[in-house]
Ligand binder design. Structure first.
Ligand code: PAF
Length: 289
Protein backbone atom coordinates (compact mmCIF):
# COMPACT_ATOMS: atom_id res chain seq x y z
CA UNK A 1 0.00 0.00 0.00
CA UNK A 2 1.25 3.47 -0.78
CA UNK A 3 1.05 5.62 2.38
CA UNK A 4 1.40 9.37 2.90
CA UNK A 5 4.92 10.58 2.08
CA UNK A 6 7.19 10.56 5.10
CA UNK A 7 7.92 14.05 6.45
CA UNK A 8 11.52 14.22 7.63
CA UNK A 9 12.93 17.14 9.62
CA UNK A 10 15.36 19.06 7.44
CA UNK A 11 18.13 21.03 9.09
CA UNK A 12 17.79 24.49 7.57
CA UNK A 13 20.72 26.65 6.63
CA UNK A 14 20.95 29.59 9.03
CA UNK A 15 22.39 32.92 7.91
CA UNK A 16 22.75 36.14 9.84
CA UNK A 17 23.89 38.61 7.18
CA UNK A 18 22.50 39.94 3.94
CA UNK A 19 25.33 38.79 1.64
CA UNK A 20 25.01 35.17 2.79
CA UNK A 21 21.23 35.37 2.37
CA UNK A 22 21.58 36.80 -1.12
CA UNK A 23 24.07 34.12 -2.23
CA UNK A 24 21.78 31.28 -1.11
CA UNK A 25 18.64 33.01 -2.41
CA UNK A 26 20.22 33.25 -5.90
CA UNK A 27 20.46 29.44 -6.12
CA UNK A 28 17.01 28.65 -4.68
CA UNK A 29 14.55 26.89 -6.95
CA UNK A 30 11.25 28.78 -7.22
CA UNK A 31 8.60 29.44 -6.31
CA UNK A 32 10.06 30.82 -3.09
CA UNK A 33 7.93 31.45 0.01
CA UNK A 34 8.84 33.56 3.02
CA UNK A 35 7.34 33.47 6.51
CA UNK A 36 8.40 36.44 8.64
CA UNK A 37 8.53 36.01 12.41
CA UNK A 38 10.00 37.53 15.53
CA UNK A 39 10.88 34.05 16.82
CA UNK A 40 9.43 32.33 19.91
CA UNK A 41 7.80 30.07 17.35
CA UNK A 42 4.61 28.21 18.28
CA UNK A 43 2.03 26.12 16.44
CA UNK A 44 0.59 29.26 14.83
CA UNK A 45 3.94 29.87 13.13
CA UNK A 46 4.19 26.17 12.29
CA UNK A 47 0.84 26.48 10.45
CA UNK A 48 2.28 29.35 8.38
CA UNK A 49 5.43 27.36 7.61
CA UNK A 50 3.38 24.28 6.67
CA UNK A 51 1.29 26.26 4.19
CA UNK A 52 4.46 27.78 2.78
CA UNK A 53 5.99 24.30 2.40
CA UNK A 54 2.87 23.06 0.61
CA UNK A 55 2.95 25.97 -1.87
CA UNK A 56 6.60 26.58 -2.64
CA UNK A 57 9.73 24.75 -3.81
CA UNK A 58 11.84 26.75 -1.33
CA UNK A 59 10.86 28.12 2.07
CA UNK A 60 12.64 30.92 3.93
CA UNK A 61 11.77 31.79 7.54
CA UNK A 62 12.97 35.08 8.95
CA UNK A 63 13.52 35.52 12.69
CA UNK A 64 14.11 39.09 13.78
CA UNK A 65 12.83 41.00 16.80
CA UNK A 66 12.34 44.32 15.07
CA UNK A 67 13.13 47.24 17.41
CA UNK A 68 11.32 49.66 15.09
CA UNK A 69 7.89 48.30 15.98
CA UNK A 70 8.24 48.55 19.77
CA UNK A 71 7.25 51.72 21.60
CA UNK A 72 9.49 53.07 24.38
CA UNK A 73 7.26 51.55 27.10
CA UNK A 74 6.82 48.21 25.32
CA UNK A 75 8.41 44.78 25.77
CA UNK A 76 11.41 44.86 23.35
CA UNK A 77 13.85 43.94 26.14
CA UNK A 78 11.84 41.05 27.52
CA UNK A 79 10.45 39.74 24.19
CA UNK A 80 11.23 35.98 24.21
CA UNK A 81 14.33 35.04 22.22
CA UNK A 82 14.48 31.28 21.70
CA UNK A 83 16.60 30.67 18.60
CA UNK A 84 17.63 27.02 19.25
CA UNK A 85 13.99 25.97 19.84
CA UNK A 86 12.90 28.06 16.83
CA UNK A 87 15.40 26.21 14.62
CA UNK A 88 13.90 22.91 15.78
CA UNK A 89 10.46 24.11 14.66
CA UNK A 90 11.93 25.20 11.31
CA UNK A 91 13.59 21.80 10.88
CA UNK A 92 10.31 20.00 11.65
CA UNK A 93 8.48 22.15 9.12
CA UNK A 94 11.16 21.55 6.48
CA UNK A 95 12.28 25.15 6.13
CA UNK A 96 15.19 25.46 3.73
CA UNK A 97 16.74 28.68 5.00
CA UNK A 98 16.46 30.73 8.18
CA UNK A 99 17.46 34.37 7.97
CA UNK A 100 18.10 35.54 11.54
CA UNK A 101 19.86 38.87 11.10
CA UNK A 102 21.42 40.99 13.80
CA UNK A 103 20.00 44.49 14.35
CA UNK A 104 23.17 45.87 12.68
CA UNK A 105 22.61 43.68 9.59
CA UNK A 106 19.05 44.99 9.23
CA UNK A 107 19.74 48.61 10.12
CA UNK A 108 23.43 49.16 9.25
CA UNK A 109 23.15 52.93 9.49
CA UNK A 110 21.09 52.89 12.68
CA UNK A 111 17.42 53.91 12.83
CA UNK A 112 16.25 54.35 9.21
CA UNK A 113 15.30 57.89 8.21
CA UNK A 114 12.98 56.72 5.45
CA UNK A 115 10.10 54.53 6.63
CA UNK A 116 6.87 53.16 5.21
CA UNK A 117 3.91 55.38 6.09
CA UNK A 118 0.91 53.11 6.82
CA UNK A 119 -1.85 55.59 5.99
CA UNK A 120 -5.25 56.02 7.68
CA UNK A 121 -5.98 52.37 8.42
CA UNK A 122 -2.71 52.22 10.31
CA UNK A 123 -4.00 54.92 12.69
CA UNK A 124 -7.00 52.97 14.03
CA UNK A 125 -7.22 49.99 16.42
CA UNK A 126 -3.61 48.86 17.10
CA UNK A 127 -2.27 52.02 15.46
CA UNK A 128 -4.22 54.21 17.89
CA UNK A 129 -2.77 52.41 20.91
CA UNK A 130 0.72 51.79 19.52
CA UNK A 131 1.88 54.94 17.70
CA UNK A 132 4.54 54.12 15.11
CA UNK A 133 3.83 50.38 15.30
CA UNK A 134 2.65 49.87 11.72
CA UNK A 135 5.32 52.11 10.30
CA UNK A 136 7.88 49.90 12.08
CA UNK A 137 6.18 46.70 10.91
CA UNK A 138 5.75 47.77 7.28
CA UNK A 139 9.29 49.13 7.09
CA UNK A 140 10.80 45.82 8.21
CA UNK A 141 8.37 43.76 6.11
CA UNK A 142 9.29 45.82 3.07
CA UNK A 143 13.01 45.35 3.77
CA UNK A 144 12.60 41.60 4.31
CA UNK A 145 10.62 41.30 1.06
CA UNK A 146 13.42 43.08 -0.81
CA UNK A 147 16.08 40.91 0.82
CA UNK A 148 14.35 37.53 0.43
CA UNK A 149 12.63 38.23 -2.95
CA UNK A 150 9.75 35.74 -2.42
CA UNK A 151 6.95 34.85 -4.83
CA UNK A 152 4.55 34.35 -1.94
CA UNK A 153 4.46 35.32 1.73
CA UNK A 154 2.25 34.06 4.56
CA UNK A 155 0.84 36.14 7.43
CA UNK A 156 -1.40 35.00 10.28
CA UNK A 157 -4.93 36.33 10.73
CA UNK A 158 -4.13 36.60 14.45
CA UNK A 159 -2.54 39.97 13.61
CA UNK A 160 -5.47 40.80 11.36
CA UNK A 161 -4.78 44.51 10.98
CA UNK A 162 -1.13 43.74 10.21
CA UNK A 163 -2.23 41.34 7.46
CA UNK A 164 -4.50 44.05 5.99
CA UNK A 165 -1.73 46.65 6.18
CA UNK A 166 0.78 44.35 4.47
CA UNK A 167 -1.73 43.65 1.68
CA UNK A 168 -2.31 47.39 1.27
CA UNK A 169 1.42 48.13 1.14
CA UNK A 170 2.00 45.41 -1.45
CA UNK A 171 -0.81 46.84 -3.60
CA UNK A 172 -0.01 50.51 -3.14
CA UNK A 173 3.75 50.13 -3.64
CA UNK A 174 3.41 47.62 -6.53
CA UNK A 175 5.35 44.89 -4.79
CA UNK A 176 5.42 41.72 -6.84
CA UNK A 177 4.49 39.18 -4.16
CA UNK A 178 1.33 37.26 -3.26
CA UNK A 179 0.18 37.71 0.35
CA UNK A 180 -1.67 34.73 1.84
CA UNK A 181 -3.59 35.00 5.13
CA UNK A 182 -3.61 31.96 7.41
CA UNK A 183 -6.36 31.30 10.01
CA UNK A 184 -5.65 31.70 13.73
CA UNK A 185 -4.49 28.60 15.62
CA UNK A 186 -6.13 28.26 19.05
CA UNK A 187 -5.58 26.16 22.15
CA UNK A 188 -8.42 23.66 22.76
CA UNK A 189 -9.95 26.13 25.26
CA UNK A 190 -10.00 28.93 22.68
CA UNK A 191 -6.90 30.97 23.58
CA UNK A 192 -5.28 32.24 20.38
CA UNK A 193 -1.63 31.17 20.17
CA UNK A 194 0.76 34.07 20.66
CA UNK A 195 4.41 34.40 21.62
CA UNK A 196 3.23 36.79 24.35
CA UNK A 197 1.20 34.01 26.04
CA UNK A 198 4.56 33.00 27.53
CA UNK A 199 4.28 36.04 29.85
CA UNK A 200 0.97 34.88 31.38
CA UNK A 201 0.84 33.29 34.83
CA UNK A 202 -1.55 30.33 35.25
CA UNK A 203 -4.22 32.65 36.70
CA UNK A 204 -3.73 35.25 33.99
CA UNK A 205 -4.05 32.57 31.34
CA UNK A 206 -7.53 31.74 32.67
CA UNK A 207 -8.45 35.44 32.59
CA UNK A 208 -7.11 35.72 29.02
CA UNK A 209 -9.82 33.30 27.88
CA UNK A 210 -12.22 36.27 28.19
CA UNK A 211 -10.99 37.51 24.81
CA UNK A 212 -11.97 34.44 22.80
CA UNK A 213 -15.14 34.03 24.90
CA UNK A 214 -16.13 37.62 24.06
CA UNK A 215 -15.45 37.04 20.37
CA UNK A 216 -17.54 33.85 20.39
CA UNK A 217 -20.40 35.68 22.15
CA UNK A 218 -20.20 38.37 19.48
CA UNK A 219 -20.24 35.81 16.67
CA UNK A 220 -23.32 34.14 18.20
CA UNK A 221 -25.14 37.50 18.26
CA UNK A 222 -24.35 38.17 14.58
CA UNK A 223 -27.86 37.56 13.25
CA UNK A 224 -29.18 40.38 15.49
CA UNK A 225 -26.80 42.90 13.86
CA UNK A 226 -23.68 44.91 14.67
CA UNK A 227 -24.89 46.63 17.84
CA UNK A 228 -25.90 43.29 19.33
CA UNK A 229 -22.50 41.80 18.44
CA UNK A 230 -20.65 44.59 20.22
CA UNK A 231 -22.98 44.51 23.23
CA UNK A 232 -22.54 40.74 23.62
CA UNK A 233 -18.75 40.85 23.30
CA UNK A 234 -18.33 43.89 25.56
CA UNK A 235 -20.54 42.30 28.25
CA UNK A 236 -18.28 39.25 28.45
CA UNK A 237 -15.25 41.52 28.80
CA UNK A 238 -16.95 43.77 31.36
CA UNK A 239 -17.81 40.74 33.50
CA UNK A 240 -14.10 39.97 33.96
CA UNK A 241 -12.83 42.85 36.06
CA UNK A 242 -9.15 41.92 35.62
CA UNK A 243 -9.23 42.41 31.84
CA UNK A 244 -8.22 45.93 30.89
CA UNK A 245 -9.77 46.49 27.45
CA UNK A 246 -8.07 48.77 24.91
CA UNK A 247 -10.73 48.20 22.27
CA UNK A 248 -13.49 45.85 21.21
CA UNK A 249 -14.57 46.98 17.74
CA UNK A 250 -16.48 45.75 14.74
CA UNK A 251 -15.37 46.56 11.19
CA UNK A 252 -15.95 45.30 7.70
CA UNK A 253 -13.41 42.66 6.57
CA UNK A 254 -11.13 45.41 5.19
CA UNK A 255 -11.27 47.34 8.52
CA UNK A 256 -13.74 49.97 7.24
CA UNK A 257 -17.06 50.75 8.97
CA UNK A 258 -19.13 47.62 9.68
CA UNK A 259 -21.86 46.76 7.16
CA UNK A 260 -25.55 46.38 8.09
CA UNK A 261 -25.36 42.75 7.03
CA UNK A 262 -22.84 40.28 5.64
CA UNK A 263 -19.20 39.59 6.52
CA UNK A 264 -17.56 41.66 9.28
CA UNK A 265 -14.62 41.37 11.69
CA UNK A 266 -14.71 41.66 15.47
CA UNK A 267 -11.38 42.69 16.99
CA UNK A 268 -10.26 42.95 20.61
CA UNK A 269 -7.12 44.17 22.36
CA UNK A 270 -6.80 43.97 26.12
CA UNK A 271 -4.22 43.81 28.86
CA UNK A 272 -4.17 40.90 31.27
CA UNK A 273 -1.76 41.87 34.03
CA UNK A 274 1.13 43.47 32.15
CA UNK A 275 0.57 41.40 28.99
CA UNK A 276 -1.23 42.97 26.04
CA UNK A 277 -3.15 40.45 23.93
CA UNK A 278 -5.04 40.78 20.66
CA UNK A 279 -7.57 38.46 19.04
CA UNK A 280 -10.27 38.61 16.36
CA UNK A 281 -12.92 36.57 14.59
CA UNK A 282 -14.99 36.75 11.43
CA UNK A 283 -18.67 37.54 12.09
CA UNK A 284 -21.65 37.37 9.77
CA UNK A 285 -24.13 40.19 10.43
CA UNK A 286 -27.86 40.08 9.79
CA UNK A 287 -30.44 37.37 9.32
CA UNK A 288 -29.08 34.00 8.27
CA UNK A 289 -29.92 33.22 4.67
O1 PAF B 1 4.02 39.45 13.19
C1 PAF B 1 5.23 39.56 13.50
O2 PAF B 1 5.82 38.68 14.10
C2 PAF B 1 5.98 40.84 13.11
O3 PAF B 1 5.16 41.96 13.21
C3 PAF B 1 6.64 40.75 11.73
C4 PAF B 1 5.63 40.62 10.62
C5 PAF B 1 7.59 39.56 11.68
C6 PAF B 1 7.46 42.02 11.46
O4 PAF B 1 8.44 42.21 12.43
Amino acid sequence: MIGAPEIRPRTPEVVRDRDALSAIRDRMPGPVAVVMTMGALHDGHAALLRQARARAASVIATIFVNPLQFGPAEDLGRYPRTLPADLDVCAREQVDLVFAPTVEAMYPTGQPEVRVQPGPRGEILEGAFRPGFFSGVLTVVSKLLHLTRPDVTFFGEKDYQQLMMVRQMVTDLSMDVEVVGVPIVREPDGLALSSRNAYLSADERKVALALSAALKAGVRAGSAGGDAVLAAARKVLADVSTVDVDYCELTDPALGPPPQSGPARLLIAAKVGSTRLIDNMAVTLGPER
